[in-house]
Design a protein around this ligand. Structure first.
Ligand SMILES: C[S@@+](CC[C@H](N)C(=O)[O-])C[C@H]1O[C@@H](n2cnc3c(N)ncnc32)[C@H](O)[C@@H]1O
Length: 222
């Protein structure tokens, strides 16, 4: 499933120019701690979040499974550090970062627990993981009356079209408990949760049901 982004790289690069990211990014960056020693952006895609972190003063490395997206990210930010790497096998030492960011990635990885554990491994004690995922309620499509089973992880595939761009999103549905347990197993403690409402330009449903779940988790010092 997760490799499909390589096939969809061009579609994703076109999609990000039409995406709702500009509306939701401020809520996410409210969760992000001030720049520290080193920040890792896991699943950086074509690099929009990495560039925004760098613009905010973070010393950032971006990694992604898709070589095409990593190349696009490097082309868009020639001074940046972008590498091809798997979220479950990061080429970094234990404790190398004081911040790991995963923006709309954890529902796409095939092994949620392994990816969160690896984020926990490369975090220094006192460091934080900031993540945004499609909201579990949104995954379950509860508002459309076709709840599969909120409690059961299943593959999803959703084709969307916006302003002439098409993108097929594929990933895994997870409950809030799945995310919480993955963090718990990695020794990370949830500090803050956000469920920002959609904006006036979006379908009314996104002011009733959150599109995204954002959280910040701490790797405690002891
Ligand atoms: C929805 S995109 C988000 C990209 C970027 N964070 C952003 O918001 O623009 C998900 C990204 O996660 C990457 N990805 C999925 N599974 C991965 C894995 N196991 N390791 C590294 N990257 C992965 C995909 O290649 C894709 O670029």
């Amino acid at each position: 499933m997760e490799e499909r982004f390589e096939e969809e790289a061009a579609a994703w690069a076109a999609w990000v120019r039409r995406d709702v990211y500009p509306h939701y990014a401020p809520a996410f960056f409210d969760l992000v701690p001030p720049p520290g020693r080193a920040t890792l952006d896991v699943g950086c895609g074509e690099g929009r979040v990495t560039r925004d972190l760098t613009a905010r003063g973070h010393s950032t490395v971006g990694v992604d499974l898709s070589p095409t997206l990593v190349r696009m990210a490097a082309e868009a930010d020639p001074g940046g550090d972008y590498r091809v790497a798997h979220a479950s096998e990061l080429p970094f030492d234990d404790g190398a970062f004081d911040l790991v960011v995963a923006y709309n990635v954890l529902m796409d990885v095939d092994a949620l627990g392994a990816a969160v554990a690896e984020a926990g491994r490369v975090l220094a004690r006192g460091g934080r993981l900031c993540a945004c995922v499609t909201h579990p309620l949104n995954d379950a499509r509860a508002f459309e009356g076709r709840v599969h089973s909120y409690l059961e992880s299943q593959p999803f595939e959703i084709a969307e079209e916006r302003d002439g761009a098409r993108m097929t999103f594929r990933g895994w549905t997870h409950s809030f408990e799945d995310y919480s347990r993955a963090l718990e197993s990695a020794g990370l403690v949830i500090e803050a949760v956000r469920e920002p409402p959609g904006g006036p330009e979006q379908d009314d449903r996104w002011r009733r049901v959150p599109m995204f779940l954002m959280l910040r988790a701490l790797k405690p010092r002891t």
